[in-house]
Design a protein around this ligand. Sequence first.
Ligand code: 3PG
Length: 234
Amino acid sequence: MHRDEQLTALLAHGTVIPVITINRLEDAVPLARALVAGGVRLLEITLRTAHGLAGAEAIMRAVPEAIVGIGTVLTPEDLARAVAMGARFALSPGATPALLDAAAAAPIPFLPGIATASELMAAMQRGFHTAKFFPASTAGGIPGLRALAGPFPAARFCPTGGISAANAAEWLAEPNVIAVGGSWLTPAAEVAAGQWEAIRARASQVSAQMPTQVPAQMPAQVPAPGAAQVPRPG
Ligand code: 3PG
């Protein structure tokens, strides 16, 4: 299955992806159980702490309904670790040439982070037509995303950075948005206090309100990796 198809299949399981930072390894499994119980199955476990990979592994063992991706992938080595531990997908806040090259050869879907047209072009040249738009709220917000839709009609986005319960639905209503991500589903204070029921209840509310799948996610014809874009004026 092509990576874009793999990604579309994964996103059929939800359009809201919590961005999770594991500060204490023992929180990983109850946190994932709370999210899954609330109907949120796609999880981004970040590599921001020493417990990221171990937490992701623990979730994969104990919570099989969770669909675990690894986030804050900054280097080809991070990506290799994510693949080796069985992550279903990976995301980065950015898109260095080295990381894009490694991701193009990786067996799992990868969402590079982009905030500008040039970053998106570098990603698309290597076959990545779905990107994390990061940091979404300060990189132009919804008007910024709409501006990118003009020259890049084939691009699809998962905005993160500043997404909240208050604006998630607004972002998801954009035709080039296939999912949204963010830390608001797992507030650090609730995690630290073990307030799993509060996290489950929020997840449940979010999953009931958000579309389970955004229609027409992928363009009918995705240009081959490296294919030149037809130059357009402006
Ligand atoms: C990310 O990596 O996606 C962001 O740090 C999430 O941003 P948020 O904390 O504003 O949701």
